[in-house]
Write a protein that binds this ligand. Structure first.
Ligand code: DGL
Length: 274
C-alpha cells in the first residue's frame, strides 16, 4: 500500500498560491507541498503539447516527493493537461494516485451566480482556446450562455508586481470592455486564472457593481474537502501534520518575496532543478 504523503499543489507560478491559501485555511491539518514552475511561466500562451509536458513533469516531481494527491491550481494546466494525465498517465504510473483541477469545482456551481443565464469567463489565451469552460459549463447548466475573453497581459502584470500600478488600468479596462461588449446581460464573471484574484480591485473599478465576480480559491477548497469526505481511501493517503513546503523551479529569493503577496504569509522556498 502507498504511504501517506503531503497534498501537492501545482501552478505555473504564483497564481496557485491564491488557491493554496484558501485550501490551507479550510483544511489546515494536512501536510502540503506547493510547486511553482516560475522558470517556465507563463503557460497561458503555450501549446497543448508543451503545457502537458511541463505539467506532467511537475506532477511527477510532486509524486516523487511522496504526494498521492495533486491539485492543479492552474486553469491553463487543468484545461490542457488534466484529462490526458488522468486518462493516460495515471493508470500507468500508479493507479492509486490522483490529480484534480480547478475548472470542474468552478463550473459545477457557476449557475447559482447568474440570474440572467449569461456568464463571462476571463482567462489566459490557452484556457479560452481550449473551450474547457463552455464545454464543462454545458454539462451542468445547458441553458447558460458563456462569453469568454482572453487576457494575455494580466499574468505578466501580476508576475511583475505591476497589478496595482496605473499601467495595469489600460489592460484591465480593455478586456472588461471586450467581454461586456459581447453581451450587456452578463451578470456573473469567472476569474478563470488563479493569478487574477490579485487584480480583483482593479477589475472591480471597471466593472458595473451589480456583476458578481467568481474567484476560485474558496470553491476549490470546499470542493477538495467534499472530495476527501467522499473518498476516504484517498484521504487515508494524505498525511496530517500541518506542514507546508514550497518549491520553485526559479530563484528562491524572488519567489519568497512575491509568494508572500499571494499566500499572505512568509514563505521560505527550496529550489527544484528541472
Ligand atoms: N495561473 C494560471 C492559470 O490559472 C496561468 C498562468 C500562466 O499563464 O502561466 O491559468
Amino acid at each position: 500500500m502507498d504511504k501517506a504523503g503531503a497534498i501537492g499543489v501545482f501552478d505555473s507560478g504564483y497564481g496557485g498560491l491564491s488557491v493554496f491559501r484558501e485550501i490551507a485555511d479550510k483544511l489546515p491539518d494536512y501536510d502540503y507541498i506547493y510547486l511553482g514552475d516560475n522558470a517556465r511561466v507563463p503557460y497561458g500562451p503555450r501549446s497543448f503539447e508543451t503545457v502537458y509536458e511541463y505539467t506532467l513533469e511537475c506532477v511527477n516531481h510532486l509524486f516523487a516527493m511522496g504526494c498521492n494527491l495533486v491539485i492543479l491550481a492552474c486553469n491553463t494546466a487543468s484545461a490542457k493537461a488534466l484529462r490526458s494525465i488522468q486518462q493516460n498517465d495515471l493508470p500507468q504510473l500508479d493507479s492509486v494516485k490522483r490529480v484534480l483541477g480547478v475548472i470542474r469545482p468552478t463550473t459545477e456551481i457557476v449557475g447559482q451566480y447568474s440570474k440572467n443565464g449569461k456568464v463571462g469567463v476571463l482567462a489566459t489565451s490557452g484556457t479560452v482556446a481550449s473551450q474547457s469552460y463552455p464545454i464543462e459549463i454545458e454539462k451542468f447548466y445547458p441553458d447558460l450562455e458563456v462569453f469568454q475573453e482572453a487576457c494575455p497581459m494580466w499574468v505578466p502584470l501580476v508576475e511583475n508586481n505591476e497589478h496595482e500600478s496605473p499601467g495595469a488600468d489600460y489592460f484591465v479596462k480593455k478586456h472588461i470592455d471586450n467581454l461586456l461588449g459581447q453581451s450587456q446581460d452578463i451578470d456573473a464573471i469567472i476569474l478563470g486564472c488563479t493569478h487574477y484574484p490579485l487584480l480583483i480591485n482593479k477589475i472591480r473599478e471597471f466593472l458595473p457593481p451589480d456583476i458578481q465576480l467568481i474567484s476560485q480559491g474558496k470553491l476549490v477548497a470546499e470542493s477538495l474537502e467534499d472530495y476527501l469526505n467522499r473518498h476516504p481511501e484517498i484521504d487515508e493517503l494524505c498525511s496530517t501534520g500541518g506542514s507546508r513546503q514550497f518549491y520553485t523551479t526559479e530563484s528562491t529569493k524572488s519567489f519568497d518575496v512575491k509568494a508572500k503577496i499571494f499566500f499572505g504569509q512568509e514563505v521560505s522556498s527550496k529550489h527544484l532543478p528541472l
